[in-house]
Ligand binder design. Structure first.
Ligand code: BMA
Length: 338
């Protein structure tokens, strides 16, 4: 295997810190974490599980903000360095495709991805029950809601950054109406972002304790020379509540419902105080990445303890080699290929 590379754009101005000498993991934390602290705007109690992307030589983001009335909404933010953020106090106001206001009752856990020069946002919203919201913007001024992809209950909708075999692809995690105690990752295809089908189960919960209750996709998959690199969260139940860790998988380039490798051990579990202590203790929840194809650098944006936004780093060649060497597939993974 030659050096693993990212297939994508260069991003020399993305945040980066070299791995500390005493770090034994292939993922390491930003030294100044968390980058967003309590009460970052007047309306916001906490901003966490959020998604960022390069835009016009700077960075923009869609932020999950839990308001002081307890209701989560999405806010827009800008940054020159992707570490110091100016986040608007007013939540994003959406329109439908005819231009009429169409604001969500609540909105959380956004993902953000550019496909063919448009920016798509997926989030969890009320649609007669917790379901996936889907919207698009070209200028981060007008935000237009598209058809909701799936009926309730579903969460963790994640679009791929390009069509594969002519279709858009979305990962999702069918769930229930509460703090779902189960969950596997599925893949669905669509020719037009309206009609979805060819549903496949990609990965199942299980294996080590850290992912034995449920799993859910994290950031949009990153295309690499070895396949799609997917970070995902894994949850276990303890006598003190759920613990959210994250690992990663490599999905086949042309048939992404086929899992080639997935981490037996977590890549990150709550350890630092800003991960173990907060509104919901013991949560690390990745929602987006920034990547530089030229160097293979990856910055992972994750919510910590449902309170903060934090950043971690990895280098693609080292990470993919680690995933391949420390993989354990489960019986329920990629069932159509068995
Ligand atoms: C999940 C989602 C996430 C949250 C996590 C831990 O069900 O609501 O937004 O980070 O629980 O509380």
């Amino acid at each position: 295997m030659g050096k693993v590379t990212i297939i994508g754009e260069n991003l020399p101005n993305m945040p980066w810190q070299e791995k500390p000498e005493d770090c034994k993991s292939v993922v390491w934390r930003h030294r100044e974490n968390p980058i967003i602290d309590w009460e970052p705007t007047e309306k916001s109690s906490r901003i966490f599980n959020s998604a960022v992307i390069p835009y016009q030589n700077e960075f923009v983001g869609i932020f999950r903000s839990d308001h002081k009335d307890g209701i989560p909404q999405l806010h827009f933010g800008r940054s020159k360095d992707a570490l110091h953020w100016e986040i608007e106090n007013e939540e994003i106001h959406w329109v439908d495709q005819s231009g009429k206001p169409y604001d969500p009752v609540y909105a959380y856990d956004p993902r953000l991805i550019k496909i063919e020069n448009k920016y798509y946002i997926e989030w969890c919203t009320d649609f007669g029950g917790a379901a996936l919201g889907l919207g698009v913007t070209e200028d981060f001024k007008t935000f237009t809601r598209l058809e909701n992809p799936f009926i309730p209950f579903n969460r963790n909708g994640v679009l791929f950054p390009r069509k594969v075999n002519g279709n858009f692809l979305m990962l999702s995690r069918p769930s229930d109406s509460g703090h779902t105690p189960f969950g596997d990752i599925f893949l669905s295809e669509s020719p037009d972002l309206i009609y979805w089908g060819k549903h496949r189960r990609v990965m199942t919960k299980g294996g080590g304790w850290w992912q034995n209750l449920k799993i859910g996709s994290g950031p949009a998959p990153i295309e690499t020379s070895e396949g799609w690199l997917l970070f995902y969260h894994g949850v276990c139940g303890t006598c003190n509540g759920y613990v959210y860790s994250f690992g990663a998988a490599i999905l086949d380039s042309n048939h992404p419902s086929k899992v080639l490798y997935r981490t037996r051990d977590y890549l990150m579990t709550p350890q630092k105080e800003y991960e173990t202590t907060g509104f919901v203790p013991n949560v690390v929840f990745p929602c987006s990445t920034l990547c530089d194809a030229a160097t293979g650098r990856i910055a992972i944006y994750y919510g910590s303890a449902d309170t903060y936004v934090s950043v971690a780093y990895a280098e693609v060649d080292e990470l993919v080699r680690y995933i391949k060497a420390n993989s354990r597939l489960l019986d329920g993974d990629s069932i159509e290929y068995r």
